[in-house]
Design a protein around this ligand. Structure first.
Ligand SMILES: Cc1cc2nc3c(=O)[nH]c(=O)nc-3n(C[C@H](O)[C@H](O)[C@H](O)COP(=O)(O)O)c2cc1C
Length: 222
C-alpha cells in the first residue's frame, strides 16, 4: 500500500503487515485531525497507547511525565477553558487566509468535538537539585515532546486521530486547576483524541527532495 493511501481514519493499524514498512507508513500518514465523531475511544486502548508512548527516551532517565485523560464533564470544562484562546484567534492566526482563520477559531472553541482530551505534563526538578550548567526544564520538555510524538503515532496506528496543541498553554493555569495538575508541573501539550470525521489529504513537506535541508558531511558515497 502506498503511504498516501493510508491517511486518516481509514488507517486501521499494523497487525499482520510488514512492520518495517508500517512504521514509515504510520509516521508519514499521521495528520493533525480537527474534526471528530462523538464515538468514544476504548479506555483500554488509550491505556495501551500511553503505556507504549512512555518508552520514549527521557533526559537523565527522569521518566517524570504525567498523562491527564479527560472525558465527560471534565472534558467539557476543559474545552470551555481552551475556547478562551479563540478570543485571541485574530492575533494568533493573523498570517493565515481568512477561511483558515475561521476554521481554526471554530476548532479552538470546540476542539473538533473530540470526546477525549489528553494533556501531558512533566514534574519540574526541584530548584535545589538543579545545576546551573544544565537546563533541566528544557530537557524535561524535550523528553515530553518525544513521548508526545510517540503518543500521536501510536494513536494513529490504533485508528485514532490527534492534534498536538500548544496554543492552549496560553491558559495553562486554568487547565492545571481544572485537571488538578499540581504546581511543580509544566504542561508539554494538549491533544484531542477520537475518531476523525474525515480523511485529511497529505500536506506536502517543504523541500520535498531534501535538496536544501539535508547536508551530507564527510560522506564519500553519492
Ligand atoms: C509544538 C507544536 C504545537 C502545535 N500547536 C498547535 C495548536 O495549538 N493548534 C493547532 O491546531 N495545531 C497545532 N499544531 C499542529 C500543527 O499545526 C501541524 O502539525 C502542522 O500544521 C502540520 O500538519 P500535520 O500535523 O497534519 O502534518 C502544533 C504542532 C506542534 C509540533
Amino acid at each position: 500500500m502506498h503511504i498516501f493511501q493510508a491517511t486518516g481514519f481509514k488507517f486501521t493499524g499494523v497487525k499482520g503487515e510488514d512492520s518495517m514498512q508500517n512504521i514509515y507508513d504510520i509516521v508519514m500518514t499521521r495528520r493533525s485531525q480537527r474534526r471528530y465523531t462523538k464515538d468514544m475511544p476504548n479506555r483500554a486502548v488509550i491505556e495501551k497507547i500511553i503505556d507504549a508512548a512512555r518508552w520514549a527516551p527521557s533526559a537523565g532517565n527522569r521518566q517524570n511525565l504525567f498523562w491527564w485523560v479527560a472525558a465527560g464533564k471534565k472534558r467539557d470544562e476543559l474545552v470551555e477553558i481552551i475556547s478562551q484562546v479563540s478570543d485571541r484567534a485574530g492575533e494568533l492566526f493573523k498570517d493565515y487566509e481568512e477561511k483558515v482563520q475561521r476554521f481554526l477559531s471554530l476548532y479552538f472553541r470546540t476542539l473538533g468535538g473530540a470526546p477525549v482530551i489528553v494533556t501531558l505534563s512533566f514534574e519540574r526538578k526541584d530548584d535545589a537539585e538543579k545545576d546551573e550548567h544544565f537546563d533541566w526544564d528544557l530537557w524535561d520538555y524535550a523528553s515530553g515532546c518525544a513521548a508526545m510524538q510517540n503518543f500521536l503515532l501510536l494513536a494513529h496506528a490504533e485508528g485514532l486521530g490527534t492534534c498536538w496543541m500548544t496554543a492552549p498553554l496560553l491558559v495553562h493555569r486554568e487547565i492545571k486547576a481544572c485537571l488538578g495538575i499540581p504546581e511543580p508541573h509544566d504542561i508539554v501539550a494538549v491533544t484531542p483524541l477520537g475518531f476523525s470525521q474525515h480523511e485529511i489529504p497529505a500536506i506536502p513537506r517543504v523541500d520535498p527532495d531534501l535538496k536544501k535541508t539535508l547536508k551530507w558531511i564527510g560522506f564519500d558515497q553519492k
